[in-house]
Design a protein around this ligand. Structure first.
Ligand SMILES: CC(C)(COP(=O)(O)OP(=O)(O)OC[C@H]1O[C@@H](n2cnc3c(N)ncnc32)[C@H](O)[C@@H]1OP(=O)(O)O)[C@@H](O)C(=O)NCCC(=O)NCCS
Length: 170
């Protein structure tokens, strides 16, 4: 076994109380302005990514109750365009934790506030690592899986994390 896949096998024991995914769930609503878009009015992918990273960071810090930094952003899909004037709804939940790492799933929907039509525009998985005051990776609470959805998402998250670590470049 190589050193990257090894990481998932050895789970440090921790006395930190478990937390459920619903305790750190976050929703953020942001209005899109002309400065967020190209001259045709399409919002930049980078602007949406910034907001995905921001809402995922809220979840990571709520779960870990510490500083947390992005180490990976993957499976980003831009499904539909977002336009100037749309309201972006970002919904984020924690799926999986290991020792210091956390997989956060984000779904972004855009609402045309004149028609009221809301469309899923982007989805992504963001991995955060909790850092202690010394700036080093710090253990996070284990996940208390309350629902069938929590359990399914945990297993899917674990599988994605194994793939991520296999592909990780140091
Ligand atoms: C976070 C950081 C301190 C981790 O340092 P490191 O030397 O990679 O530490 P480790 O190898 O001990 O890994 C620590 C954890 O991060 C996870 N990790 C690191 N890189 C990862 C990646 N690309 N994808 C998924 N998990 C990753 C490891 O699996 C490990 O998880 P675990 O504790 O749950 O087992 C370092 O990578 C860093 O500072 N990165 C920059 C973060 C940053 O500034 N982000 C903002 C955007 S630039």
């Amino acid at each position: 076994m190589d050193e990257n896949t090894d990481t998932l096998e050895i789970k440090m024991s921790t006395n930190i109380p478990e937390k459920s995914p619903s305790e750190s769930h976050a929703e953020v609503i942001v209005r899109m302005f002309p400065s967020d878009a190209n001259p045709a009015g399409n919002v930049f992918g980078g602007e949406i990514l910034k907001n995905i990273d921001m809402v995922a960071g809220i979840v990571a810090q709520r779960h870990s109750q510490s500083n947390a930094v992005t180490v990976s952003l993957d499976s980003v899909n831009f499904l539909k365009p977002v336009f100037v004037g749309n309201v972006l709804f970002l919904n984020a939940r924690i799926n999986y934790v290991h020792n210091s790492s956390m997989e956060i799933e984000v779904k972004a929907e855009a609402e045309d506030i004149v028609t009221g039509i809301r469309t899923v525009t982007a989805t992504a998985f963001v991995t955060f690592v909790a850092l202690g005051k010394n700036g080093k990776p710090n253990p996070v609470p284990n996940l208390s899986l309350k629902t069938d959805e929590d359990r399914v998402k945990f297993e899917e998250g674990k599988s994605r994390m194994e793939t991520r670590l296999k592909n990780r470049q140091k």
